[in-house]
Design a protein around this ligand. Structure first.
Ligand code: C2E
Ligand code: MG
Ligand code: MG
Ligand code: MG
Length: 285
């Protein structure tokens, strides 16, 4: 679409459109300087084991702060980064920072990082991850990569090969936003995923609606049939948390358990959780 726009620009020329293009070019330029200007920030959102009721890791979520206090959310700049190829240096920064931060967390805690499908188009994702693990010293089993299911739609042979290389490193691979893309279920058998994160839209009417309950139960059963660790995304209240525990969902994440927070806040949360250990109930709140 944007390619057509470029080729036929003179046909559709209008002042508004040229203004849009200028803005896009400006944003692209600013984003290309974001790493070097140290404007990227990682927020961490706690991830809980629903079996133990305890925090066991966090998802790294990227923000861009071109000038304080403005904080640009990923949905507003990741697509541009993907279209322009800037996603590669940005993602190198994310992986490096996330692995470095996770090294300071208590031992079994893991970090999960979102990987863009664009990164699979280039053949060197596994090499990039291997280099960053070596540079930071984070054990591979403490790194999880979240990948949306659409990655399996194009060039499946190439994607499968890269996933196998990543698995050989020892990192875990998880389907992100499961059930929101266009892939058919067959990919769960073909690709070496370890886990599945159910898209948060499935929790919208859960647990009160009988239909939502059946669907969530079905997804958990499906995931278990493929031997996947199931994470529920978007847990927003105590009823959802309790019911997901009752139906044996493995992991959970959501505003009820903890919002994405700056790295320093997350480190403090870990400290207070560690100092409470032994006499606490393990319940969130
Ligand atoms: P995602 O990977 O599915 O991340 C979960 C999103 O849901 C996050 O939005 C998080 O803040 C939000 N969320 C978490 N719990 C709840 C809840 O209980 N209720 C609701 N309504 N929302 C909740 P965020 O941080 O805006 O990120 C949006 C998307 O941007 C992410 O979706 C991911 O696809 C992408 N993204 C974020 N960081 C990166 C990154 O470093 N690299 C790449 N390639 N993509 C990233
Ligand atoms: Mg994710
Ligand atoms: Mg998700
Ligand atoms: Mg997403």
């Amino acid at each position: 679409q944007s390619k057509d726009l470029g080729r036929n620009r003179w046909i559709f020329y209008s002042p508004e459109m040229s203004e849009q293009l200028v803005q896009r070019r400006e944003m692209e330029r600013a984003l290309s300087l974001a790493v070097i200007r140290d404007e990227l920030r990682l927020f961490y959102q706690p991830r809980y084991s629903l079996h133990s009721g305890r925090m066991d890791g966090a998802e790294a979520l990227l923000r861009w702060q071109p000038s304080p206090p403005a904080l640009v959310m990923p949905d507003n700049f990741i697509p541009l980064a993907e279209e322009t190829g800037l996603i590669i240096p940005i993602s190198d920064w994310v992986l490096q920072r996330a692995c470095h931060d996770a090294l300071g967390w208590p031992k079994p805690f893991y970090v999960s990082v979102n990987i863009s499908p664009v990164e699979f188009c280039r053949g060197d994702l596994a090499e990039r991850v291997a280099t960053i693990l070596r540079l930071t010293g984070l054990p591979a089993e403490r790194l999880e990569l979240e990948i949306t299911e659409n990655v399996t739609l194009e060039k499946p042979d190439k994607v499968l090969l890269i996933m196998q290389q990543l698995k050989a490193l020892g990192v875990r691979l998880t389907v992100d936003d499961f059930g929101s893309g266009y892939a058919s279920l067959g990919y769960l058998k073909t690709f070496p995923f370890d886990g599945l994160k159910m898209d948060r839209s499935y929790l919208k009417d859960f647990p009160h609606s009988q239909q939502a309950h059946s669907i969530v139960n079905g997804i958990i059963g499906l995931g278990k049939a493929f031997s996947l660790v199931i994470t529920a995304e978007g847990i927003e209240n105590a009823e959802q948390f309790a019911e997901l525990q009752a139906i044996a969902c493995d992991e959970g994440q959501g505003y009820y358990l903890g919002r994405p927070m700056p790295a320093a806040d997350f480190a403090r949360l870990l400290e207070s959780a560690a100092s409470q250990q032994g006499n606490e109930t393990g319940q969130p709140g």
